[in-house]
Ligand binder design. Structure first.
Ligand code: CDP
Ligand code: CDP
Length: 217
């Protein structure tokens, strides 16, 4: 059977993780959420008040950190941090930390190991351009910033969070700005990725579109 390696990239709230999970279920392949890994590292840095300008300390911390993804949950040194890493105080620091080469090099190495000899769908910002450059399917998902912020706001409302729409919109815009403009492996559409603008599209529509691309190629 042909190997299936799917790379999904795009800005915050484009639907990457929701859609990747569903495509993974339909195809019976593994889903790897790389954003969760950057968020877990960020949480550890915040908790331990680590000075991120000090690469030596950062590298030491990364070498003694265990991040695992299991059954849709994210574990940081054995602790389930799946809910904590989604909080806005983590989102507010993650892009600054993800811009650091020492952090990216370590996480990319881990991500490649996770995907080794498996059929996978992996989502993030640099999957088609760096992590899984040889992926046989590459998709770049996007949507208008207003729609992406509205989707995220709805999620926070469902959790009875007091976060405002404006705070979410600012977080998304600021992260997109940092992610797209960092010097080391920025968020950019891979030349060979298929662009899907999900503005106004339902989750099922996008899932079907991706399944069709995989079936036909
Ligand atoms: O779910 P959302 O789109 O809000 O973000 P995420 O996928 O959880 O990623 C959080 C942050 O991690 C992004 O804003 C990027 O700064 C960083 N990230 C990255 O730099 N490279 C990746 N492959 C994945 C995430
Ligand atoms: O991973 P990423 O940040 O790209 O986005 P996500 O966390 O998968 O999606 C953000 C929210 O948008 C989720 O609540 C999805 O259910 C929702 N969504 C949607 O309403 N319509 C889509 N076409 C895709 C996602």
């Amino acid at each position: 059977m042909k190997k299936i390696v799917v790379a999904i990239d795009g800005p915050a709230g484009a639907g990457k993780s929701t859609i990747s999970k569903l495509v993974a279920q339909k195809l019976g392949i593994e889903y790897i959420d790389t954003g969760a890994m950057y968020r877990a590292v960020t949480l550890k840095i915040i908790r331990n008040k680590i000075d991120v300008s000090d690469d030596v300390t950062l590298e030491k911390m990364l070498n003694s950190t265990e991040i695992t993804l299991e059954n849709g949950k994210v574990y940081l040194d054995g602790e389930d941090v799946s809910t904590e890493i989604r909080q806005l105080y983590v989102s507010g620091r993650v892009s600054e930390i993800a811009a650091k080469q020492v952090v990216r090099d370590r996480l990319v190495e881990l991500q490649r190991k996770m995907a080794l000899s498996k059929n996978v769908i992996m989502d993030g910002r640099d999957i088609g351009t760096v992590v899984l450059k040889d992926a046989n399917y590459k998709i770049y998902l996007t949507a208008s910033v207003e729609e992406r912020a509205a989707r995220r706001y709805k999620e926070f409302c469902q959790q009875n969070s007091s976060v405002t729409f404006q705070e979410i919109c600012n977080d998304i815009k600021e992260r997109d700005r940092i992610d797209m403009n960092r010097s080391y492996n920025p968020l950019v559409k891979a030349e060979d990725a298929i662009l899907i603008d999900t503005t106004g599209k339902s989750i099922d529509e996008v899932v079907d579109e991706i399944l069709l691309i995989i079936k036909n190629n």
